[in-house]
Design a protein around this ligand. Structure first.
Ligand code: 13P
Ligand code: SF4
Length: 366
C-alpha cells in the first residue's frame, strides 16, 4: 500500500533505526559544532536524558518561550518538547527563523482536549449565561488557535510558573475567568487565591453545559474539562502510602494534579518550582515527587545526597514527550544540513498576530 504523502514527509526514515547510539551521538555533536549559533535546541525538562544532553538550554514552558523570543541569532530552532511549545516558539520568533519538531507525533493530550470549534461553540453560551463578564485565560498547553481566540477576547496565556499572578490579574479585568484547557491548574490556582470551590464550575465541551448545582451568578471561575493524563495519574492513596512508609518524607506535586492530591501534599508548584525546591533542600532530606518521570529520574540522579522517589513508582513518562529520541533529533538536524528540513512548525500570520496578544499579556507581566 502506498504511504500517504504527509506520512512520507514526517516519518523517520528506516535507516535511522539501525544506527548505534555512539554513531548518532557523534553525528549530532558534529552538526551542532558545524551550525554553531545558527542552531538552537531548547529542551523541556520532561525530555529524555539522551535528548536533554544535546539541549542548549533545558527549561520549563515559560523559560523556553522566553528564551526562544530572546534568541535572534539562531536560524534553525529544533524544539525538543511537544507541538504546542514549538508553535509558541514559532510565534515568538522572527520570520527568518524556522522551528522544527523532530517528531510530529510529539503532541500533548491535554492540549488536544480543547479544540477551537468547541471553544467557539462554548463562548456564546457562556456570554448568554454571564453577559460580558468573562475573561478567557489559556494555559500555554493549548493550540495556537485557542491562544488566538483568547488574545482576540482580551485574555492572556498562563504557565504553571505564573498562573497565580495571571489569574489575579484577570480578575481585576473582568468579574469571571474562563480557564482552558486544564481544569486542575485552574482550580488549584483559583483556590490558592482564596476563591472557594463552590464558586468554580466545569465547562463540559462534549455536552456544551456548565456542570454546577450553584446559581450561575455565584460562579467566578469556569474551568474547561481537560486534564494532563500524566499528572492525573497521582492519587491521594499514593500519598497515604508515602505517609505510612516514609513518615518524614515531604510530598511535592505539580499543580496539574487534582485538587485532592495538591491538598494532601506538603507543597505544590511548577516544574521550575519543584526543581528549585529540590536543589535548595538540605542533604538527607526526603522527597516524594508527583510529576513527569523523566524529570523525577533526573532529579534522583542529580541529588544522590537526598532520598527522592516518585509519588507513583509505576508512573510512565509522558509518552508524547518521549517521542523525541536520538534518532529523531539526528534526522531533524541532518535534514536541515541537507537543505530538506522536516517537520517545520508554522503558525499562520493571522493566528500568530492574535495569539501573540495573549502571549504578550503574559510575558510582560512575568
Ligand atoms: P511547565 O513546564 O509549565 O511546568 O508545564 C508542565 C507540562 O506539563 C509541560 O507540558
Ligand atoms: Fe501534555 Fe501532560 Fe505531557 Fe505536559 S506532561 S506534554 S501537559 S500530556
Amino acid at each position: 500500500m502506498a504511504i500517504p504523502e504527509l506520512l512520507q514527509t514526517t516519518t523517520l526514515p528506516n535507516h535511522y533505526r539501525d544506527l548505534s547510539v555512539e554513531e548518532m551521538t557523534l553525528r549530532i555533536t558534529q552538526i551542532k559544532a558545524q551550525l554553531g549559533d545558527a542552531l538552537f535546541i531548547p529542551g523541556h525538562h520532561y525530555q529524555k536524558d539522551e535528548v536533554i544532553q544535546f539541549a542548549d538550554v533545558a527549561g520549563d514552558s515559560l523559560q523556553l518561550a522566553q528564551l526562544c523570543e530572546s534568541n535572534t541569532k539562531a536560524k534553525h530552532i529544533v524544539f525538543c518538547g511537544v507541538h504546542f511549545m514549538a508553535e509558541t516558539a514559532d510565534m515568538l520568533t522572527t520570520n527568518e527563523q524556522a522551528v522544527y519538531l523532530p517528531d510530529m507525533r510529539a503532541g500533548c493530550s491535554m492540549a488536544d482536549m480543547a479544540d477551537i470549534y468547541q471553544t467557539e461553540a462554548a463562548w456564546p453560551i457562556l456570554q448568554q449565561l454571564f453577559g460580558d463578564t468573562i475573561l478567557p485565560l489559556t494555559y500555554v498547553n493549548s493550540t495556537a488557535a485557542i491562544k488566538s481566540f483568547v488574545g482576540t477576547h482580551g485574555g492572556a496565556c498562563v504557565t504553571s510558573s505564573n498562573a497565580k499572578k495571571m489569574v489575579a490579574w484577570a480578575l481585576t479585568q473582568k468579574e469571571r475567568i474562563f480557564f482552558l484547557p486544564d481544569q486542575h491548574l485552574g482550580r488549584n490556582t483559583a483556590f490558592d487565591l482564596g476563591i472557594p470551590l463552590e464558586a468554580m464550575a466545569v465547562w463540559n465541551p462534549q455536552t456544551n453545559t456548565l456542570e454546577t448545582d450553584q446559581d450561575p451568578a455565584t460562579i467566578k471561575v469556569i474551568l474547561w474539562k481537560g486534564h494532563c493524563s500524566v499528572h492525573e495519574g497521582f492519587s491521594t492513596a499514593q500519598i497515604d502510602h508515602v505517609r505510612e512508609t516514609h513518615p518524614t518524607m515531604r510530598v511535592i506535586v505539580h499543580p496539574e494534579c487534582s485538587r485532592e492530591v495538591v491538598a494532601a501534599s506538603d507543597d505544590a508548584g511548577s516544574t521550575k518550582y519543584i526543581i528549585d525546591k529540590i536543589e535548595a533542600a538540605p542533604a538527607g532530606s526526603q522527597w516524594a515527587i508527583g510529576t513527569e518521570m523523566n524529570l523525577v529520574n533526573r532529579l534522583i540522579a542529580q541529588h544522590p545526597d537526598k532520598k527522592i522517589i516518585s509519588l507513583n513508582p509505576y508512573m510512565c513518562p509522558c509518552l508524547t514527550m518521549n517521542r523525541i529520541d536520538l534518532a529523531h533529533l539526528l534526522w531533524s538536524l541532518e535534514s536541515i544540513v541537507a537543505g530538506t528540513p522536516q517537520n517545520q512548525i508554522t503558525v499562520d500570520a493571522h493566528t500568530t498576530k492574535q495569539a501573540k496578544l495573549a502571549l504578550t499579556r503574559m510575558l510582560e507581566r512575568v
